[in-house]
Design a protein around this ligand. Structure first.
Ligand SMILES: Nc1ncnc2c1ncn2[C@@H]1O[C@H](COP(=O)(O)OP(=O)(O)O)[C@@H](O)[C@H]1O
Ligand SMILES: N[C@@H](CCC(=O)OP(=O)(O)O)C(=O)O
Length: 257
């Protein structure tokens, strides 16, 4: 199976912006094991800005662009240092890919990107992708990694996109606001009623909330692949997800795609 797995800031960082060691260690272990089992995996990792906030001891997620970009520059180093260290423990090699919205739209650059990703996979390496926040201004930014992961999954013709978040999946209301909210385990069609469930972000460091995850679901299901939203607090759920077991919320590929 070829899968794109995206992990959000809310999974990788505590609310302080400091690394959530338990989550990232568990994630690297499970992804290494899935690679050992023969799966091809591309990891899309958020967390650069959040981690930079922690490392630079900023009071919270910066509002202004230069501080955001400076935080991303510091945090991206910490992220890749940690991934390199943890995946090396399991004998896996990582490659860093930083892209902007322009790169995925530009005909030549998008081909270069696809070629690099395919070659990394052929070489048995694990590509780790993030938006290049230090050069992404609002005009050229994809803005959120849910969309970036969906575009990548479509472009490399993956079989599955998994979004790991701080929540078990899509609920019929934001569980942080409504304690009676119920999990939707399968979404066969993204109707306007489903789109309306896309509330704002849940953590102070994340971007986009459910709205960007639903946008990602539109992109991939229309391209003919399934998407699963699951809780990144227990990355071992990836074993079940890769086997098609019911975990989190699964958006089914559009049949006519
Ligand atoms: N209908 C909904 N179902 C589940 N979560 C929702 C819903 N509406 C809004 N949310 C919020 O979306 C948050 C996840 O998005 P976000 O904070 O951007 O996380 P990430 O960093 O993983 O991308 C949840 O914590 C939750 O509060
Ligand atoms: N590129 C940004 C992440 C943007 C983003 O989509 O964040 P999230 O909602 O936590 O997945 C970063 O690395 O901080």
């Amino acid at each position: 199976m070829k899968a794109v797995v995206k992990v959000g800031t809310s999974t990788l960082a505590h609310s302080t912006g400091r690394l959530n060691i338990r989550h990232i260690e568990e994630l690297c272990k499970v992804l290494s094991d899935l690679k050992n089992a023969g799966h091809e995996i591309i990891l899309v990792s958020s967390g650069a800005i959040g981690m930079g906030v922690g490392k630079l001891s900023l009071p919270g997620r910066p509002a202004d662009m230069p501080t955001k970009q400076a935080a991303a520059s510091v945090g991206q180093c910490e992220l890749m240092y940690t991934y390199d260290k943890l995946f090396t423990e399991y004998n896996h090699t990582v490659g860093q890919i930083l892209i902007t919205g322009e790169d995925v739209e530009h005909p030549e650059r998008s081909v270069n990107l696809k070629n690099t990703l395919s070659r990394l996979l052929e070489l048995g390496a694990l590509p780790i992708v993030n938006e290049n926040d230090t050069v992404s201004t609002t005009e050229i930014a994809l803005g959120d990694n849910d969309t970036l992961a969906a575009i990548l999954a479509r472009s490399v013709k993956a079989d599955l996109l998994v979004l790991l978040s701080d929540i078990d999946g899509l609920f019929n209301a934001d569980p942080h606001k409504d304690p009676n909210a119920k999990l939707l385990s399968v979404v066969e069609e993204i109707t306007p009623e489903i789109d309306a469930l896309g509330g704002g972000k849940g953590s102070s460091l994340g971007t986009g909330g459910m709205a960007t995850k639903l946008r990602a679901a539109h992109i991939v299901t229309e391209a003919g692949l399934d998407m699963v939203i699951a809780n990144g607090a227990a990355p071992a759920v990836l074993y079940d997800i890769f086997e098609g077991a019911p975990v989190g919320t699964r958006f089914l590929a559009r049949k006519e795609a």
